[in-house]
Design a protein around this ligand. Structure first.
Ligand code: AMP
Length: 367
């Protein structure tokens, strides 16, 4: 099948990436492999991506002079984290193509908007209710059975800003636990999902509307942080097909140009519920770096530059293990296994809970 990619950015073009973490670092490396240059924009000059990028702007996200200079210097802008301030994305989008666009960011920055969007397009999520303040929370808690989960609608990740409503905690304590003293926070209460397992699908959509998704994988967490990804997830073909269909529907309906990580719950009865959307490469896609011909990072770069998408099929099964905090100091041990593929992010300080790297181990696809 021939694909029209006449408008693709040619090699040598400059890809601007907002954010300088490990996702930006691995995306920049993939861009380099395709002959592109990268320009990272991130306030912290010591960020992991700074070590691998061609150009770097250590500027604030609200510095309009610096943003205008950045927009002039790049051929397309993308981002490696979804909390890019809305005004920053809008300012850049007036000057240069931003992919995925500001509308995708807007939806994915807020759990209520994500769930509202899923409802609009007929994609199932767990039951939920918005809560604006402590009084609201009291009413919602009375209406929901326990357990339930209270979360901040924005900026929460790795379990931060989440409180389990187990019937023992009152609304005042729960609200304080979620908001941590901040007054202008909005919350969401979600019915607790008694899931069989957590899975995710990484899906890419090109400018021309082509959609490609990686196989659903299982994600196991420790202390609310992703610990292991098992590719593929051990689920029935029916459940896998449901997850893939959800990924296609979301990518299509949101008019994605780029990559989207979709976290889902598989319930005891085999239903698939969407938990969260991340409009960028995702930690649960790191296994693709070694088990697929085209990694999620290359697919991401292909999508945002207008290249045709690559084949997401895996050549091997894989288990990805995150290295959190001091785990990374075991690199000698890890490398004593000649079949362990180690990826370190170049972070000098191993703080508890900090993602320092990951290890992929492959096995035969027929296993
Ligand atoms: P999140 O920040 O929404 O990805 O939540 C972090 C983790 O908390 C998830 O990966 C689940 O393990 C758990 N979790 C979040 N929401 C729910 C829910 N509604 N029901 C059960 N577990 C949840």
């Amino acid at each position: 099948m021939s694909k029209n990619f006449d408008d693709a950015l040619p090699p040598g073009s400059v890809i601007g990436i907002l954010g300088g973490g490990q996702l930006g670092r691995m995306a920049a490396a993939a861009a380099t492999d395709l002959g592109y240059l990268t320009h990272i924009y991130c306030p912290d000059p010591a960020s992991p991506a700074a070590q691998v990028t061609d150009r770097f702007s250590a500027k604030a996200y609200d510095d309009e002079t610096a943003l205008a200079t950045f927009a002039e210097a790049v051929d397309v802008v993308t981002f490696e984290f979804e909390n890019v301030p809305g005004p920053t994305a809008a300012f850049l989008a007036e000057r240069v193509a931003v992919r995925p666009g500001p509308k995708v960011l807007h939806i994915c920055q807020n759990r209520l908007r994500e769930k509202g969007f899923c409802a609009e397009i007929g994609v199932p999520t767990t039951e939920y209710a918005p809560v604006q303040n402590r009084d609201d929370l009291e009413k919602v808690m009375a209406a929901f059975s326990t357990p339930a989960v209270l979360k901040t609608t924005e900026m929460g990740y790795d379990g931060k800003g989440q409180v389990l409503l187990d019937g023992k905690i009152g609304p005042a304590e729960a609200w304080a636990g979620m908001a941590g003293g901040k007054t202008e926070l909005e919350g969401i209460v979600e019915a607790y999902v008694d899931f069989q397992l957590e899975i995710s699908v990484i899906v890419a959509r090109s400018q021309g509307g082509e959609i490609q998704a990686y196989v659903p994988v299982e994600n196991r967490h420790k202390n609310h942080i992703l610990d292991q990804t098992i590719a593929p997830a051990e689920i029935s073909t029916k459940v896998a097909a449901k997850a893939q269909e959800i990924a296609h529907t979301i990518a299509e309906s949101i008019k994605l140009i780029g990559l989207l990580g979709i976290e889902m719950f598989v319930t005891q009865s085999g239903d698939v519920l969407v938990n969260e959307l991340a409009p960028r490469p995702h930690n649960s896609g790191h296994w693709t770096m070694d088990a697929c011909l085209i990694s999620q990072f290359e697919q991401f770069i292909r999508a945002v530059t207008g290249l045709p998408l690559g084949d997401p099929e895996r050549h091997s099964n894989a288990i990805m293990h995150n290295l959190i905090g001091e785990d990374a100091s075991t690199w000698r041990n890890i490398l004593s296994d000649p079949k362990a593929k180690l990826h370190l992010y170049g972070k000098s300080e191993a703080r508890p809970g900090r993602k320092m790297g990951h290890v992929n181990k492959l096995s035969s696809k027929s296993d």
